[in-house]
Design a protein around this ligand. Structure first.
Ligand code: 5RP
Length: 235
């Protein structure tokens, strides 16, 4: 599947031009994009980036991509990021790599979000991939119960949540922002906007991995080419 990811990453470079500020996504597909972007920068392309995770910051620096201080950035032209699932309306599940909060901050601040995936990520209905929800560790049990209730009330087929662990015996995984991740076995999320809204009303939820109405372009990598799917949004 590496070649499909590479084809998606290369096709996404067509959306990049001199002078742009880029949101730099996280995950294995996004890292291939960073590598290819680094090659273009070495060849003379002039862009700068904003990372969505500590890991991406390191990979981007190694690839020679100039980074801006995220606290000083006010506008991002294009974000290129991966996803765990993509439905026909371009709604996404993200957060498999536990970076969803910063990924959403950057995507939402961007004029355009390009999602790079291989074709295994395309689904009819979101939810087979466990939905990551980033939560404040304080009163975790209360928040987990509220997340479960919100998932069922918003129409998901299941709501069982598991606290993501760092590794065997290493305790809970802590995100770059100091939060925990609840992985939610929804099975089916029939109305992603309703579920995202229900989760957003829970005080202990920092963000959910449901990206609704954020992706503008989906680049689907296959073994010998990439398909570019675009959606028109009212601005
Ligand atoms: C990280 C993410 C990733 O973009 C998502 O998990 C896809 O990763 P990969 O390209 O490795 O399949 O959301 O939080």
């Amino acid at each position: 599947m590496k070649v499909a990811k590479e084809n998606a990453a290369l096709a996404a470079l067509d959306f990049v031009s001199d002078g742009m500020v880029l949101g730099l996504g996280s995950g294995s597909t996004a890292e291939i994009f960073l590598e290819k972007l680094g090659d273009r920068i070495a060849g003379g392309l002039k862009v700068s980036g904003v990372q969505t995770s500590e890991r991406t910051r390191q990979v981007a620096l190694e690839a020679g991509i100039p980074l801006l201080d995220p606290d000083r950035v006010e506008h991002i032209d294009v974000t290129v990021d991966g996803a765990d699932e993509v439905d026909e309306a371009f709604h996404l599940i993200k957060g498999g790599g536990a970076c969803l909060l910063r990924e959403k901050i950057v995507a939402q601040a961007s004029a355009k979000m390009i999602v790079i995936v291989d074709d295994r990520k395309l689904v009819h209905t979101l939810g087979a991939f466990q939905l990551p929800v980033e939560v404040d560790p304080f009163c975790l049990g209360v928040t987990a119960r509220q997340v479960y209730d919100a998932l069922l009330a918003s129409g998901c087929r299941d709501g069982l949540t598991t606290l993501r662990q760092k590794g065997a015996g290493e305790g809970p995984l802590v995100t770059d922002g100091g939060n925990y991740i609840l992985d939610c076995q929804c099975q089916e999320i029939p109305d992603p906007a309703k579920t995202a809204d229900a989760l957003a009303r829970i005080p202990g939820v920092m963000e959910s991995g449901l990206f609704v109405d954020l992706a503008d372009v989906i680049v689907v990598g296959e073994v010998d080419h990439a398909k570019v799917l675009e959606i028109k949004r009212d601005s």
